[in-house]
Design a binder for this molecule. Sequence first.
Ligand code: ADP
Length: 400
Amino acid sequence: MKILVANIGSTSLKWRLFDFSNPAGQLLHKGGFERVTDYALAISDCLAQIKAAGHIANESDLAGVGFKTVIAKNVSGCVRLDERVLGAMEAYNGLAPAHNPPYLTGIRLFGQRMPGVPLVGLFETAFYQFAPEAMMRYAVPQTWSDIGIRRWGFHGASHKFIAERSAELLGREDVAERVRNLYMDGGKSSVKEPALRVISCHLGGTSSITGIRNGLAIGNSLGMSPQSGLPHNNRVGDLDAEAIPYAVKTLGITLAEAQRQLTKESGLQGLSGLSNDIRDITSAANQGNANAKLALDVFVASARHWIGSYFFEMGGAEAIVFTAGIGENRVELRAAICANLEGLGIELDSALNASTRAAEGFISQAHSRVKLLVIPTNEELVVAREVSRLLRSEVRTQTA
Ligand code: ADP
């Protein structure tokens, strides 16, 4: 079973091709184009490269094409991208203006190019479908809520991967199996006692933290848009709702300019005044730059704030997991996030922490009540896996 995953940006097309003869999935090919102006041509060139590499003879050799879609009205999960679902994505273009329109264009072009091949979307909001409503609502009037102003949560592919893999590493095959089947049976498969509580920290260009109880997310630090929660590379995290009207009035800028500054010149970039990359900020901080140090401190304080909130809500945690560019590589930030928490049973092993970069492993002391882990995420593989699960389950349903 060969599955192509297409990552569509406003001017880019990146792809990875996986083979699922074995359920773990194997990467066969990857590539991409930047500065795309003609998507139909980019798709043709992508397919030509995959054929030239000998992976497929024609489009019908693909079992499916998967997309890491962002958000749609009243639709989530891992679903076939038929006209009903595309219409639901279109209805929320306003909530994800940078993501939904290019995806819609790309998906329709794939559909025209290969009418017989299933197109499947794994929505970034999918992992939060089962979260308690109290964790997902803003305290706004019903009319606001009705137009989609609520906490949706994002990074669902990555956090679901962490939910499954952490359960495997912690010896909870029952929970891992529930996570594998989540979008097929809605999380109904039973798990044993005691509960497995995991806090997943996806720290990267965009960062988010999620609490996961028995494989089901209870919330996510990203709210209605990916402009919330922790500070991001150049985008603001949580911000008081009064800040925007106040800045517009006091700085004499337009609303569009305020939005530009909050999405291009804020986050770690805005705090440090130097760079949006933790590597540059850390070297400046090490040379005594106070704003760079402050940027790191704000990031760490925000990470601890969100970890603490899920820790408290779940009454503790069996594990805290770090993933993505910062979570997998930045030893000193993991140490800062876990500092002085012995009273909560969170004890980092500094030697294991220092030696675990871009690799899977435990980084807590052997007696730490809460296990600390690093698990590299791989979002394209997650999409491909979910697509293969969906297509296999459809075959099972048809033959049953
Ligand atoms: P994105 O959300 O754009 O996928 P990443 O997950 O790659 O971003 O995370 C980007 C951040 O992670 C940057 O701040 C970068 O400094 C840090 N990072 C990524 N890779 C490494 C690495 N190999 N060593 C140190 N830091 C890294």
